[in-house]
Design a protein around this ligand. Structure first.
Ligand SMILES: [Zn+2]
Length: 256
């Protein structure tokens, strides 16, 4: 059908298309995040190395390392002290190779290549680089303009918060895979189970007189992640004797 829009679309000069554009301009992330990522992808962010490239000599020092390091885009977005830690954590949760020491664009391209519309975790793979870069840029600006150096844990909590925000707006998928559920748990997001619950009856075996029974249970949200355990001690007639609960333990659990 011929319309004003179709005529304009036919007449206008179209710009280059980028394979990553659908993830950068995805409706699941706010425009401020998309805009920062778009600028980063086009090397438009005002970093010291860019200023130097246009012929202005500046003394450059990053705000993320204790030792003096010049500020350039790869250091700020991939190799800097806490920056590398943020990539490491995200790679661990989503099962992506860490690509340590690689340029930041190479990392982002790897994430975007593995992103997919059909899976929940696949969509997160496409969106997470934008959230990460936006937050790292925000941290740098705050350190430079306000003299406030946010700790890595604070930046990570903020990234998780924005991931939760994006997860609510992510395109609906047919069903969650085990991988999706693991990712949801790692980011502490609500996880609707895909399996039907089957009611089972538990039978308690009576103890001999004078004996006591200890029942314990524990779990971990992520690996490493926040963990908790609890237990209860009862006598042979089933009466409560004592109990305990411990939380906020972070450990790496090794499995066979
Ligand atoms: Zn640094």
């Amino acid at each position: 059908m011929f319309t004003t829009w179709s005529a304009w679309n036919c007449k206008r000069i179209k710009g280059q298309t980028f394979p990553w554009a659908k993830w950068v301009w995805n409706p699941a992330v706010p425009r401020k995040i998309s805009m920062t990522m778009w600028k980063a992808m086009h090397e438009c962010l005002p970093l010291d190395d860019r200023v130097r490239r246009i012929g202005i000599l500046v003394v450059s020092s990053c705000d993320c390392c204790l030792v003096w390091v010049g500020e350039d885009v790869d250091h700020i977005f991939a190799k800097g002290g806490y920056t590398a830690e943020m990539w490491r954590r995200c790679s661990l949760v989503l099962g992506i190779p860490r690509l340590e020491g690689k340029p930041w664009k190479e990392r982002v391209a790897c994430w975007h290549r593995k992103a997919s519309d059909s899976l929940f975790s696949g969509q997160l793979l496409g969106l997470l680089p934008s959230i990460l870069i936006w937050r790292l840029w925000g941290r740098l600006c705050k350190a430079r303009m306000e003299g406030v150096a946010e700790p890595a844990q604070s930046v990570w909590c903020s990234i998780r918060l924005w991931i939760s925000w994006a997860a609510l707006k992510i395109k609906e998928v047919k069903g969650l895979t085990q991988r999706d559920e693991d990712v949801l748990r790692c980011f502490k997001l609500p996880c609707p189970s895909t399996q039907e619950k089957v009611a089972t009856t538990a039978k308690r075996n009576p103890l001999k007189e004078g004996w006591v029974k200890l029942n314990i249970d524990g779990c971990s949200l992520g690996n490493p992640g926040d963990a908790g355990a609890r237990g209860i001690i009862r006598n042979s007639t089933g009466e409560f004797i004592s109990g305990f609960a411990v939380t906020a333990i972070t450990r790496i659990i090794l499995q066979k």
